[in-house]
Design a protein around this ligand. Structure first.
Ligand code: PLP
Length: 463
């Protein structure tokens, strides 16, 4: 039996040529659990070949998530592929590294006492947002209970341009999602309107550092000042959670003078995606509180660790440890100087591209990439053209570039924009090729004598 298995695992020309093997030379229903085994090489080839038809990750200008890392990082992934983040006692060094990372972030975000606050890694910003939102809800409930008031009908105030994770938080944890619509005059949540939406049931306000739709920063300081004024007037003390999914790893390096973080006392917690401008492959996010007391104790679980215990909070149990090690590797590898250089380079590319696109003629920039290196544009006089930005998206896709077009959120849903996310790895050289391809595609579309056909069912792009 043993011999037989060895034989079957062996690739010594037994069933070459490879593509004539069963499994590769036959059709099978991949939704049905297979009855028989395959040679590892065959199974590998099938998976490998299926994903060949995916888009090229480096040319995916729709995503914020890391698509390039250096070779050392690939070695680390292989070294650590077997590590489960939840086994703090079994992998104490990995657990310690996780703690180093969120303490570094607490310092980067100007927490008053970074070594003695609390934070955690997560699977991404979405989980970080859930935990931040839960802490706000629990603190509000505790204060209401202590005051003998009802804990029914909590609400969370945010812009209509929030990322879908906040819709999930409000849905899953039964909090009213109180959306402040954006408009041409108020393209972001700002200080002028926020107080109108807040009441005694408000658990907090979400401010976004790097709105997904456009890349623009919301003015966190201005929002905090509006809430200070509200408190002076009404006594309502409403905290802010900053969704810094992208900007949390950009602003500290290239816009250190923007006051958006724990320098503002009202900012209780911040999440970021390590796998966005933290420069790591998918699978890591972070959430950190300004100080330990802002995270209610009853959300924390103690796990045994090095003979003692360690506070943990997470929605998941098992989770890969490798992305956290990659994050630590990147912090050590780049430091503040390195991150500054990388983010500045991405911003230079974003500004080069946005200026180039603006100069083509038919487009109007929504923003130019000077917040996070992300910018969006729209078609001037959209109705007077025989084509839309969706057609430009399709033409670019023929060249391999994924540059999504989509409608803006309420109250601007009739405006279509197209967006480019510049990440580490989109070099000036590639950007120049992209600009050429946008120019050629635009010239082609501008020459159309009749309108492009429209199937009327554009698949919605998911942020
Ligand atoms: C990407 C993003 C999220 C979700 O982050 P994940 O790490 O993908 O879970 C949340 N908020 C904003 C503003 C984002 O850009």
């Amino acid at each position: 039996m043993t011999d037989q298995r060895t034989d079957r695992d062996d690739d010594s020309g037994l069933m070459e040529p490879r593509f004539l093997r069963p499994g590769e030379s036959t059709l099978s229903d991949h939704d049905v659990f297979p009855e028989h085994e395959e040679l590892p090489q065959t199974a590998y080839q099938i998976v490998h070949d299926e994903i060949m038809l995916d888009g090229n990750a480096r040319l995916n200008l729709a995503t914020f998530v890391g698509t390039w890392m250096n070779d050392e990082s690939k070695k680390l992934v292989v070294d650590a592929a077997d590590k489960n983040m939840v086994d703090k006692d079994e992998y104490p060094r990995t657990a310690a590294i996780e703690e180093h990372c969120w303490k570094m972030l607490a310092g980067l975000w100007n927490a008053p006492d970074p070594k003695h606050t609390i934070g955690t890694s997560t699977i991404g910003s979405s989980e970080g947002a859930m935990l931040g939102g839960l802490a706000l809800k629990r603190r509000w409930q505790q204060a209401r209970r202590a005051a003998g008031k009802s804990t029914e009908q909590p609400n969370l105030v945010m812009s209509s341009a929030v990322q879908v994770c906040w819709e999930k938080f409000c849905n899953y944890f039964e909090v009213e999602m109180r959306l402040v619509p954006i408009s041409e005059e108020h393209p972001c949540l700002d200080g002028s309107q926020v107080a109108d939406y807040v009441d005694e049931h408000t658990i907090g306000v979400v401010a976004i550092m790097g709105v997904t739709y456009t890349g623009a920063y919301e003015p966190v300081q201005e929002i905090a000042e509006a809430l200070d004024a509200l408190q002076a007037e009404t006594g309502l003390d409403v905290p802010i959670h900053v969704d810094g999914a992208s900007g949390g790893m950009v602003a500290p390096f290239i816009q250190p003078d923007i006051v958006w973080d724990f320098r503002l006392e009202r900012v209780h917690s911040i999440n970021t995606s390590g796998h966005k401008y933290g420069l790591v492959y998918p699978g890591v996010g972070w959430v950190v509180w300004r100080s330990r007391d802002l995270l209610p104790d009853d959300l924390i679980f103690e796990v045994s660790y090095l003979g003692g215990s360690m506070p943990t909070l997470a929605l998941n149990f098992s989770r890969p440890g490798a992305p956290i090690l990659l994050q630590y590797f990147m912090f050590l590898r780049l430091g503040r100087e390195g991150y500054r250089a990388v983010q500045q380079d991405s911003q230079d590319v974003a500004k080069y591209l946005s200026a180039g696109i603006a100069a083509l003629g038919p487009f109007e920039l929504w923003n130019d990439g000077s917040d996070i290196p992300v910018f969006a544009w729209r078609l001037k006089d959209a109705d007077s053209h025989n084509w839309t930005l969706y057609d430009l998206q399709d033409r670019l896709r023929m060249k391999g570039w994924l540059v999504p077009a989509y409608p803006m959120p309420d109250d601007l849903a009739d405006v279509t924009v197209q967006r480019i996310v510049v990440r580490n790895g989109l070099t000036m050289d590639l950007a120049d090729e992209l600009l050429d391809d946008i120019r050629t595609a635009t010239e082609y579309l501008e020459q159309l004598q009749t309108p492009m056909p429209d199937t009327g069912n554009r698949a919605a792009f998911h942020h």
